[in-house]
Design a protein around this ligand. Structure first.
Ligand code: GTP
Ligand code: MG
Length: 394
């Protein structure tokens, strides 16, 4: 199935005494497979970003998706003036009109895009452009006919366009009146703007000098969800870094599905020594939760190792812990101390899933360099166990 690396056999020969049949190395390999399947299953959200040079395209993308997109990937030219970046985990395809000027270069982009979009119509929907943000800087205080033509032309070739006004100062939630005026003017033009004809006011970067805070990003993201096709929303949720609650909901759904599967396994009560029967379900769950949070896929080796540690070393500790306390905490636990019932299998799987989701949230909250160190170290298991035990006590 998979090629055994020398260090794998070395590790698996030092078998630990966990209740889990699979050795650490096998589990790590299984986890890595499930992880790449989980990332692949999320698909890809394809976003195009247009707007004059300096309008704030890169800054906005960084604020909503993090800096890893443009930083890591080498851009690939699509048409003249339009560069394609792929998120390292494959969750985001970004078309960036770098150094864009209206006029000739705008016409060139449109000509190229027309061909590109009509060619990509033959491709599956997950490879098409799902949304475009057209950015206008508020301080330009004008919106030229050429810009309006560009927006119309984009809509004509079938790209859903949203209009974003950038670098908008605000005070106590109230945007600069002149930015509102500009938005009103653009909205009065009757452009085919998605999802609701509005121009969205944003500020992607706080300005300490003027005291202007970040503004309007959540609203822009929420509106974007209304525009993108269903097939791309899971990838959008995983790859955006703004809205943790959406990630949480996605994780909850995965955990609920896995709990149902685990309960099915335990429907015929299984002896404790066969807790390994639950492992495949839990490996898949952990992999899917990891991907749903959008933890960096290029760190998948570290993640696979961490997942394996949790399910072997962790499972031993967890097993001991469950035997003594979790079982007492769940209905039916006391009478089933020698066997895992559907209820116990479900509760155990839920506790594992929820603890892992919290580990993912913790990792996401760290700065990238620190996060990589955390994911590669033993802190993952320790944190997992502390969350896991916290669950059992409830
Ligand atoms: N305060 C504030 N500054 C911003 C914002 N967006 C961009 N800037 C600043 O404006 C400058 C240009 O922003 P970029 O994001 O590089 O602009 P761009 O549209 O990607 O430009 P090109 O890549 O040249 O097409 C940078 O110095 C940013 O820091 C914003 O929302 N708020
Ligand atoms: Mg840029």
């Amino acid at each position: 199935m998979t090629v055994q690396r020398p260090e794998d056999s070395a590790k698996s020969s030092s078998k630990d005494t966990s209740a889990v049949d699979l050795g650490r190395a096998e589990l790590e390999t299984l986890f890595a497979q499930r992880l790449s399947e989980a990332f692949a299953a999320l698909g890809c959200f394809n976003l195009a970003v247009f707007g004059k040079t300096g309008v704030g395209k890169s800054t906005l993308v960084n604020a909503i998706f993090g800096t890893e997109v443009a930083e890591t990937g080498l851009g690939k030219p699509v048409t003249r003036g339009l560069v394609y970046y792929r998120h390292p985990g494959g969750l985001l395809g970004l078309y960036d009109s770098e150094g864009f000027e209206t006029g000739t270069s705008g016409d060139e982009i449109l000509a190229g895009l027309r061909t590109f979009v009509s060619d990509s119509r033959a491709l599956p929907i997950d490879q098409q452009i799902h949304a475009a943000w057209y950015l206008v800087r508020w301080s330009d205080r004008r919106f030229e006919d050429r810009q309006a033509d560009f927006v119309r032309a984009l809509a004509d070739i079938g790209v859903p366009v949203m209009l974003v006004i950038t670098q908008v100062p605000s005070r106590e939630g109230v945007p600069h009146p002149e930015a509102v005026e500009l938005a009103n003017y653009i909205q009065s033009l009757g452009l085919p703007l998605r999802p609701d004809g509005r121009a969205y006011l944003t500020n992607a970067l706080a300005d300490p000098f003027t005291g202007s805070p970040v503004f309007g990003l959540q609203e822009l993201l929420d509106a974007t969800y209304l525009v993108v096709p269903e097939v791309a929303t899971a990838a959008l949720t995983a790859v955006q870094i703004l809205d943790l609650e959406r990630k949480r909901q996605a994780a909850r759904k995965i955990i609920n599905q896995s709990v149902a599967l685990a309960a099915g396994v335990g429907a015929t009560p299984i002896p404790f020594s066969d807790a390994a029967l639950l492992v495949p379900t839990q490996v898949t769950m952990i992999a899917r939760v990891t991907a749903a949070y959008g933890l960096p896929a290029d760190r998948s080796r570290a993640l696979a190792a961490a997942g394996a540690v949790v399910l072997t070393g962790g499972a031993t500790m967890a097993g001991r812990y469950i035997a003594t306390s979790l079982l007492k905490a769940i209905p039916g636990g006391q009478i089933a101390t020698s066997a895992i019932s559907a209820t116990v299998a479900g509760s155990l799987t839920r506790a594992v899933g929820e603890a892992w989701a919290r580990v993912c949230e913790y990792a996401l909250g760290l700065p990238p360099a620190e996060r990589d160190r955390f994911l590669a170290g033993s802190g993952v298991t320790e944190l997992f166990m502390s969350y896991f035990k916290g669950k059992g006590r409830r």
